[in-house]
Design a protein around this ligand. Structure first.
Ligand SMILES: NC(=O)c1ccc[n+]([C@@H]2O[C@H](COP(=O)([O-])OP(=O)(O)OC[C@H]3O[C@@H](n4cnc5c(N)ncnc54)[C@H](OP(=O)(O)O)[C@@H]3O)[C@@H](O)[C@H]2O)c1
Length: 243
């Protein structure tokens, strides 16, 4: 399988390292200074993997879909444009897998949270909040993963109907689901969900030790999407495993 890396930063380099171990070929590595690639190079590409910057992502999806290349998109910060992207994908008849977090561990974590949310939904004495910590170079806040976890909670804990990520300078309302973000040092990514009552506290924590989990998930998605058409998430890639 021949892969183009759009974005050759921390994630692009980790994907390259793992791709070599899996006998995949990285045939293009593009950063902000790259010029157009040759027609021969383009013809050889099976899938383009995007881990670049949020402002570049929609333009790149449009360009690469028009080139009829399958896409795996890890770059975050664009998911409010999902319906626009769905139209592009359907128009060009390509496959695109996106996820705010490609790591298998986080996807299992989200399923655990789904079950937990359904249970805590039955007990109004429990409040719930999310906090996330990342390195100081991270561009978006709250993290895409925190927002995905929050949406899972809105779907299951019915008394929570609105996500707030910057607490107003007054007390928050009971229907608010608060996400707190912290940026420090080189932390790869920690997400913590806390269910809290007068009697006890339950914490669910996912801590990424390095970028390997994200890169591995993205490569699994790249292999999976080769014979697909449409817009998919990691739920589709992991399929039956998470049922
Ligand atoms: N979904 C997931 O599982 C997951 C996991 C980790 C990170 N992420 C997300 O992935 C993205 C990248 O993360 P990172 O840690 O790899 O960031 P990074 O180290 O800052 O790398 C960003 C890369 O994007 C390149 N870039 C900027 N503009 C570009 C353009 N116009 N065309 C091509 N490349 C361009 C940069 O090139 P220059 O060096 O030339 O500026 C750099 O190589 C972020 O949005 C992050 O939140 C997602």
């Amino acid at each position: 399988m021949n892969v183009a890396l759009i974005g050759y930063g921390k994630m692009g380099k980790e994907i390259e390292r793992l791709a070599k171990e899996r006998n995949m070929n990285i045939v293009a590595k593009l950063n902000s200074q790259s010029t157009a690639i040759s027609d021969d190079q383009l013809a050889s590409i099976d899938v383009a993997v995007h881990f670049a910057t949020p402002p570049t992502v929609l333009k790149h999806i449009e360009e690469w879909a028009a080139k009829k290349k399958h896409l795996v998109v890890g770059t975050t910060g664009w998911h409010n444009e999902l319906e626009h992207v769905r139209k592009i994908v359907e128009h060009h008849k390509i496959g695109l897998v996106y996820a705010s977090n490609f790591s298998i561990g986080v996807n299992i974590f989200r399923h655990v949270l789904q079950h937990a949310g359904k249970a805590f939904n039955k007990f109004a004495e429990y409040d719930v909040s999310i906090d996330e910590t990342h390195h100081t170079q991270k561009l978006d806040s709250p993290s895409g993963t925190a927002l995905t976890l929050a949406r899972t909670l809105l779907d299951t804990v019915k008394r929570k109907t609105e996500i707030i990520s910057t607490p107003p300078e007054r007390k928050i309302e009971p229907h608010h689901l608060h996400i707190a973000s912290k940026r420090i040092g080189t932390v790869v990514g920690t997400h913590r969900v806390v269910f809290e009552s007068d009697a006890d506290q339950i914490e669910l924590i996912h801590t990424a030790k390095n970028r390997t989990g994200f890169a591995l998930g993205a490569l699994l998605a790249a292999e999976w999407v080769l014979d697909k058409k449409g817009l998919f998430t990691m739920d589709d890639v992991l399929g039956d495993i998470l049922q």
